[in-house]
Ligand binder design. Structure first.
Ligand code: SF4
Length: 332
């Protein structure tokens, strides 16, 4: 018989926290695992609520940070995208494979997740759930207590680790039952269900698609920079990012491996440039259009490269002139 231990995939939201607590009340030892991707939304993916619950339950979180290999999966997902650039089926397979590896290391019987049947059209329907289990090698070993009566964790039942009458049959998008459960567990300040993954947002997805289509050798820095600034595509492999506030300007100015355009004689944003040097003047004109001062004002930039700096002056023009080059200025 397998050990009475489960790996809990926890996102920081209510459903996965409830699933973990239900499994713990069933008598399982729990190893909570939180996976951080480069596309976690810094505004919404707050795990403060989860941390409080873990402290109360005396559980220690394992955090797994994924990088390039996850981005490569997002670039060419086998099962395609949802409404934006979210490859939810492939992403779940990716996460489940990580959980399976930890499951084997820990000698656990399976994994527990907060998935609810038909809550998400793309990745939480019966067919997708079956594919995800098969492809990750976890068929019959995934406990989804919230919908467990419908999605039976067959092997865990056969091994006598779970009884069917311990499972719930929640289905669909309503949160009513989860809210009742939260109350019964004494949980109050849980986060809203929306948000958390930037891949689901159209403005962000546009920037990522642009990188995938136009940058032959993008780096992880490039991917992380998609969370800030206005992004301009000047040509294939040539890109400009313009800061939108002081904090973004600070981040851009401290990023290594890029050419920086810093206004010298007026207030204005920092520009971060990479690519064809022939496009540098165009980049300076774009950054100048966001600088203080009237049209026609001569903006002087310090152009900083890794090994040297120089000054360049351009005339301030209307922002609208460069609109066609703007990929996106928003993240959400
Ligand atoms: S919304 Fe994002 S994190 Fe969630 S399954 Fe889809 S791609 Fe993965």
């Amino acid at each position: 018989m397998s050990s009475k231990k489960l790996i809990a995939l926890v996102s920081g939201g209510l459903d996965s926290t409830l699933a973990m607590l239900i499994a713990k009340r069933m008598g399982f030892d729990i190893v909570p695992v939180h996976i951080v991707t480069p596309f976690n939304d810094p505004c919404c993916r707050d795990i403060g609520f989860l941390n409080k619950v873990l402290e109360r339950e005396k559980l220690r979180l394992k955090t797994v940070i994924v990088g390039k290999e996850y981005v490569d999966m997002v670039r060419s997902p086998k099962y395609g995208y949802g409404r934006a650039m979210n490859p939810c089926i492939d992403c779940r397979i990716f996460f489940f494979k990580i959980a399976k590896k930890i499951m084997e290391e820990e000698g656990a019987a399976g994994i527990v997740t907060g998935e609810v049947l038909d809550q998400r059209p793309k990745s939480q329907n019966l067919k997708a759930i079956r594919i995800i289990e098969e492809e990750s090698g976890l068929t019959g070993r995934v406990l989804r207590p919230l919908s467990g009566k419908i999605l039976k964790p067959t092997k865990l039942i056969e091994e006598g680790l779970i009884r069917e009458d311990q499972l719930l049959s929640i289905r669909g998008r309503s949160r009513k039952r989860q809210i009742e459960l939260a109350r019964s567990f004494g949980l109050t300040d849980y986060p809203n269900p929306s948000g958390g993954c930037l891949l689901t947002y159209e403005p962000y997805a546009r920037k990522l698609k642009d990188v995938f289509e136009n940058d032959d050798s993008y780096t992880m820095t490039e991917i992380y920079l998609l969370k800030i600034g206005r992004h301009f595509r000047l040509s294939r492999n040539t890109k400009l990012i313009v800061g939108k506030n002081e904090e973004e300007n600070r981040i851009l100015e401290s990023t290594v491996g890029y050419i920086k355009l810093i206004p010298k004689n007026c207030k204005g944003p920092v520009g971060l440039f990479r690519g064809d040097p022939d496009k540098l003047e165009m980049a300076a004109r774009i950054v100048a259009s966001y600088c203080d001062g009237p049209e026609g004002f001569k903006v002087v930039f310090v152009i900083e490269r890794d090994d040297r700096s120089e000054e360049v002056a351009v005339v301030k023009e209307k922002k609208e002139i460069f609109r066609d080059l703007l990929v996106s200025s928003a993240t959400r």
